[in-house]
Every structure is written in C-alpha cells, then in structure tokens.
Design a protein around this ligand. Sequence first.
Ligand code: HEM
Length: 474
Amino acid sequence: HLDILTFSCSFWFRFHYMVVFMGCLLYFIFTFYLLQLQFSKKYGSVFTVYFGPKKAVVLAGYKTVKQALVDHAEEFGGRYVSRVADDINQQHGILFSNGDNWKEMRRFALSNLRDYGMGKKIAEEKILEECQYLIEVFEKHKGQPFDTTQPMNHAASNIIAFIVYGSRFEYSDPQFKGMVNRANENIRIIGTAPIQLYNIFPWMGKWIKTVKLLKNNLEVQVNHFRDLIDQLKTSLNAEMCRCLIDSFQIRKQKDEDSCVTDSLYHEENLLKVVSNLFAAGTDTTGTTLRWALLLMAKYPQIQFQVQEELRRETGSRQVRVEDRKKLPYTDAVIHETQRLASILPVAIPHVTTQDVNFQGFFIRKGTTVYPLLTSVLHDDCEWETPSTFNPAHFLDKQGRFVKRDAFMPFSAGRRACLGEGLARMELFLFFTSLLQRFRFTPPPGVTEEELDLTPAVGFTLNPSPHQLCAVSIV
Ligand code: HEM
C-alpha cells in the first residue's frame, strides 16, 4: 500500500504540469480541496502534490491528521508563509509567524483572551448584550427576506472588538462597517486564483489587479487599527488595563524602561496581533452561524426540535452557557453544522519544522503540509452518514450529547485555533438566542429543497449568496 505517491518520470511531468495548471486556477478554491479529497481516496492518506516547482504534502483522514498534528506536534507545527501572507504579516503577529515571535505572541494573546473573556462570565455577558443588538437588526426586517452576512459579521466582530479595544462599535459606524467589509473582502480575495498565481510566481504581482486591491485594503486596514491604538494610548492607565491593546502597551513600556533590546513587544507585532484576531475571529464565527441558520431553514423539522428543546428547558428566559448540558439536541445541531460546513477545509497550511519520518515516509524540513480537515470531518470510517446533516452523530441512544474524536473544525496540536473557547461560546449563545426568537424560512416562492448548500469560493467555505426570512415567534 503506497501512501506517498512516487511518480514515474513521464507521469511526473504530466502530473507536474497538470498541477501547475490546477494550482493556478483552483488552488485553495472550493474545487481544489475537493480535488485533494479525490486524490486521498485514490492515493491514500499521505500524498504529494506540486504547485509549480513547490512540493507539498497532503494529510487526509482522521487517523493520519491526528497522528501528524498531535503525536508529531513539534515536527508538523510550523506555519507555511506564502508570498501573500509574508507581504501582509512580515513574520509578525500569530497567524503567519514562526519561532519565538509566534510562541510569545500566541502566549500573550491566549492569556489576554482568558483575562478578557474566554470561558468567563464577562464574555458571556458581552455576547448576550450583542445578541440583543443582532435580534434588533433581524426584527427590523419584519419577516421579509434578507441577507444575514453583514449583521452576523458585525456581531462576531464586536466580540473581538470588546477583547481587543474594550468596547463595541455601532453597526452603523462607517469606520466599523469599512473595517468588517475590508476584512471579509480580503478573506475572499486571498482564496482566489490570481492570488495563488502570485504566490507561485511573485514576479507576476505587478500585473495582477487583485494583488493591488488586497495591498490597498491592507494599508487602509492597518491605518484604521493604528488610529484606534493611538486613541487608546492617550488614556492609557497602567493601573486600569481595559483590553488586550492596553495590556500590550503596558508590557511594551515595561520592556522599554528595562532597556530590553530584543523585545517582541513592538508596534508591528501589536498591529499584526490585532488584525490577526479580527481576521481569524470574525468571518469564521459569522460564517458558521450563517450555515446554522441556512440549515435550520432547509430542515424545518430539526429547527422545530431545537425550538421545542429550548422551550422545554429554558422557557422564554435568556439561555446561558451553563444551560448547554440541558440542551443536548441543540448542542448536537451546532456541532453537526460545524462538521458538515467544514469552513476551513484545509486548515491553514503548515510547514515541517524538521526532517520527519512519518508513516514510514521521509518528509524534509520546510515542506508545506495541508492537513485536510474536511477529510477528517467527512471521514467515512468515523461518521455514520458523512455527507448528510445528521445531528445524531453527536447523540447516544438516550439522546445524550456525545463528544466525537474526529470533530476537528478547530484543528489540533500546536497550531490549533486559539479562539476555540470563545468561538464555542459565541456559536452557542448567538444560535440559541436567535432560535428562541425567530423561525427561519426560505424566501416566499423558494422551497426548502431549493435552498442551495453548495459553498461559495473563498478562503473559508461560505454558504452561497442567499436570503432568509426571520419570522418572529414570540
Ligand atoms: C487558527 C478554526 C474562531 C483565532 C485556526 C485554524 C482553524 C481555526 C482550523 C487553523 C489551525 C491550524 O493551522 O491547524 C476556527 C473556527 C472558528 C474560529 C472554525 C469559529 C467557528 C476563532 C476566533 C478567534 C480565532 C473567535 C479569535 C479569538 C485564531 C488564531 C489562529 C487560528 C489567532 C492562528 C493560530 C496559530 O497560528 O497559532 N482557527 N477558528 N479563531 N484561529 Fe480560529
């Protein structure tokens, strides 16, 4: 059984050019991860592909991905920094940095996420407060069809804003709207073919329009973040730390006072940490919630069961995090949404930090690695009905919630999502608050069967453009 593909010379050339072509056109877009899935069925759980001259290893299936990311966490724990990621981050921040910079910024962000929210009452209060603003927006549509994208992203972004800046923004604030729109546009652009062409052949950058657009967007975004950081600086008080930015500035000052020459607490890192948290924490949560509402509209019987459970267990009072254990069906629906939607199908590419022997194959240090998360979330050895929306995947015969090892939408190992705790809280509270208040249906004239579950092209897998009706049930 061959896990790593070795090609004969002539086949290699054909394959090479085929993948250059595919890589240019399909890399990272929807069909590309499907192509990888197809390959994994044919060639096994570890195989090699070439993007132009660049070699990459794809890992597929629960056992292989877990073995690599968890059992060989160190070796597979580097981040691959593509040309465009390097232009954006210059090895600063968390998402696209490595080594000591990554370690320190990840540790700093995690401890701040804990201080200002994750797993704490304070984050719960802020999310519940945001739910009310979101409900107001939904109510304004009076049961008429609308696109849920913007309100969902605004709500998710405000939770990050609370942790990073210590305050939320009005949804009508033009600066805030601009920031969220740019972040979404960038995520969409990064997933497109021309940007991947630029990654493979950087010299082509000057002719590619979207590279310019992306760079312009990023410049405006960084200036916006810089203004907000400067505003907070004017009222900084070391005795009263309000948010992650304050905490960073206080540490920066401390290092300066102690004449630390190689301090990592400098402005570039602050700007990149802030923009990484907004980029990683907005579209992901917003997109998952949009999938959840779309699936509710498509499967009204499942929606009805969620609402029945909510009515039975919590009545009309506000749902709290501690209610989760009393709501196994609702919890299962949220997990199943994440499993089926698999919004980051290839995680964010990794790189090997050292030579590694894996499943009997030699992978050289510096090799790009794609952990195919979608192949884990749809692994037919792990899931009874991998392609069907089936909340029973997370329920036992008595209807109790069961954890599943192959549930890995946040990835695993050293690079696993650092916002998982916060994201899980957001998904639960936003979803239950909306379902207590509204029944979601297709627009008039569209049947449930006609609601399309085909994902749209992008770095994250979004639902295709659609509208839903939020019909008040209170
Ligand atoms: C990384 C998923 C929400 C911050 C990741 C990765 C995945 C992921 C798959 C890549 C892991 C890897 O490379 O192996 C998700 C999903 C979310 C979500 C599905 C919501 C449903 C959030 C939130 C935040 C966040 C709310 C911020 C508070 C990050 C950061 C990284 C990351 C900073 C980079 C970690 C590193 O490179 O060390 N996320 N995420 N994510 N996520 Fe999330």
